[in-house]
Write a protein that binds this ligand. Structure first.
Ligand code: FAD
Length: 500
């Protein structure tokens, strides 16, 4: 059996070599394509394609499609490889290095509904730098911008702007997609709408995004960046919910949990310069659990006074601990790229390339108190091994025709446990301990029937995927059989298996 498989792989190898592409394939030294941010899964591919054109991608997939159902070859688009559990890997398959895809340069289209036309392998940070040259910027972001368009649109793309603009998948006008049959298809709400909606949040299952048109808005010069603390979860959550529902409100609303805060790992995301650093340092949490509301108001420098008045009014409606108000003003680009500062720091200390057993959950509003009581009161009482984000978003800003899976209620919370593990530690900062905590959280959500959905989902069993999608499962399966019937694409998600 092993000999037969080896023979197969050597013949795939030769057949890929015969393909004429504008870019090139590599067959050696493929370890980079078998790594991701999660640092826990390593599956070596057979080859990596560095495409220069969309036809490189289409011809490669068409070739594999034509080999038929009995070839084992699969294809994974790799964006920036910031997946957590091997989602952009392809065991003995072909990994497509999307960042090398060269299409037409990024192009801004002005007008009533401005947008930018970009490659699916483009990093969001580059899109930001390009669009602000024209006084414009995308409306909806992720907290960290060194991720690709194709990678975040395959999930959702959620950050503090999502309550108002929806996730990134709600801010796309058009896509160019290469399906699992190697066809290049343009799609939008009006044209090939089923593929368009399927691909958005589709975990890479229906096609490879090679271009996207992303909706833009005027970019501000600066951002008023605010943090305030609460000792009581109910008040914190009620203020967050008030702010995301108000007509006049902030431009960005997030929050995080501070559990017995000490140490760099807990601080990696909080590169914050409060105006009064002495006051800020008083709020080590001293073994207590605190809740930090993080807000931002965009403004242009000629309207600073107006902005300050608005912020004052908005803050007067909130019930935070009055002495904990930290205010700062930073350039817009610096605000959006804030997590990168921490990345640079952690990299310099060798703390970036460690295992990241992250757990991201979407929790319905009606169950968030129950969730917080058990998780912050019982499961994570002593410490956390990284930031824990918690903030609500409005379901009305999500399009239920996309593949993204979200809870049933009008408001739901993103709760993100962004843990880093200390390699080879067997203590509370080790991988096993953190995975056990994650399991306890998931088990609690299950037994208490909270209606929680995983964001950036990871399951290994068919029935768990089916339960995750719930009523959307049938549509998901139907789309798979329409656009990627041989299950060639994104095998690292482990939803469908190529028939062999
Ligand atoms: P990859 O890891 O390379 O790929 C992810 C999946 O998408 C794979 O299945 C891959 O095959 C598929 N894929 C990649 N490119 C394409 C394409 N062009 N077409 C079709 N499928 C494709 N997410 C949020 O929503 N909000 C956040 O604030 C946020 N912050 C993050 C911060 C950090 C430090 C990290 C590591 C991740 C964060 N994420 C966040 C999660 C992130 O959005 C996802 O992990 C995303 O998939 C990473 O993008 P990538 O380009 O690295 O994708």
């Amino acid at each position: 059996m092993t000999i037969r498989l080896n023979l197969c792989f050597s013949s795939y190898h030769s057949s890929l070599k015969t393909l004429s592409v504008d870019g090139h394939f590599t067959f050696d030294d493929l370890h980079h394509a078998a790594k991701d941010f999660g640092n826990r899964f390593q599956l070596l591919p057979l080859a990596v394609l560095h495409p220069r054109s969309v036809s490189d991608i289409a011809n490669t997939i068409k070739h594999i499609w034509q080999l038929g159902p009995h070839s084992q070859l699969t294809v994974a688009a790799r964006g920036h490889g910031h997946s957590l559990q091997g989602q952009a890997q392809a065991h003995q398959g072909v990994v497509i290095n999307m960042e090398s895809l060269q299409g037409p340069k990024m192009q801004i289209h002005a007008g009533k509904y401005p947008y930018i036309d970009v490659s699916g392998g483009e990093l969001w940070i580059n899109i930001l730098h390009e669009s602000v040259k024209y006084g414009l910027a995308p409306k909806s972001w992720t907290d960290y911008l060194h991720l690709t368009v194709g990678g975040t649109l395959s999930n959702a793309g959620i950050s503090g702007q999502a309550f108002r603009h929806g996730p990134q998948i709600s801010n796309v006008y058009q896509l160019e997609v290469v399906t699992g049959k190697g066809e290049v298809v343009n799609c939008s709400e009006k044209q090939n709408g089923d593929l368009f909606h399927g691909v958005l949040g589709g975990l890479g299952q229906f096609g490879i995004i090679t271009r996207a048109q992303i909706s833009l808005e005027p970019a501000p010069d600066k951002v008023k960046w605010i943090r305030v603390l609460y000792s009581d979860f109910a008040t914190f959550a009620s203020d967050q919910e008030h702010l995301i529902s108000a007509e006049i409100t902030f431009d960005y609303i997030e929050g995080f949990v501070i559990i017995n805060r000490t140490g760099l790992l807990n601080n990696w995301r909080s590169s914050f310069n409060p105006q009064d650093p002495v006051q800020a340092s008083q709020f080590e949490s001293d073994g207590r659990t605190l809740f930090c509301l993080e807000l931002a108001k965009y403004f242009n420098t000629d309207k600073t006074d107006v902005m300050n008045e608005e912020v004052k009014l908005l803050l007067s409606q909130l019930r935070y601990i009055p002495s904990t108000l930290f205010l700062s003003e930073v350039p817009y680009v610096e605000f959006l790229d804030r997590v990168h500062v921490s990345e640079v720091k952690l990299r310099s200390k060798g703390l970036w390339e460690v295992p990241h057993p992250w757990l991201n959950l979407l929790v319905p509003k009606s169950k968030i108190h129950n969730f917080a009581e058990e998780v912050f009161g019982n499961i994570l009482t002593d410490t956390s091994n990284g930031p824990i984000l918690i903030y609500p978003v409005n379901k009305s800003k999500w399009d239920n025709r996309t593949s993204a899976v979200i809870p049933e209620e009008d408001i739901f919370y993103l709760v993100a446990f962004l843990s880093s593990a200390v390699p080879s530690s067997t203590g509370t900062d080790g991988l096993e301990h953190i995975l056990t905590q994650n399991r306890r959280i998931l088990e609690f959500c299950g037994t208490a029937h909270l209606g929680v959905k995983q964001y950036l989902p990871h399951y290994t069993k068919h029935e768990d995927w089916q339960a995750h999608f719930g009523p959307q499962w049938e549509i998901f399966v139907r789309r798979k059989s329409t656009y990627d019937p041989l299950a060639i694409l994104a095998p690292g998600q482990r939803i469908f298996q190529k028939a062999i």
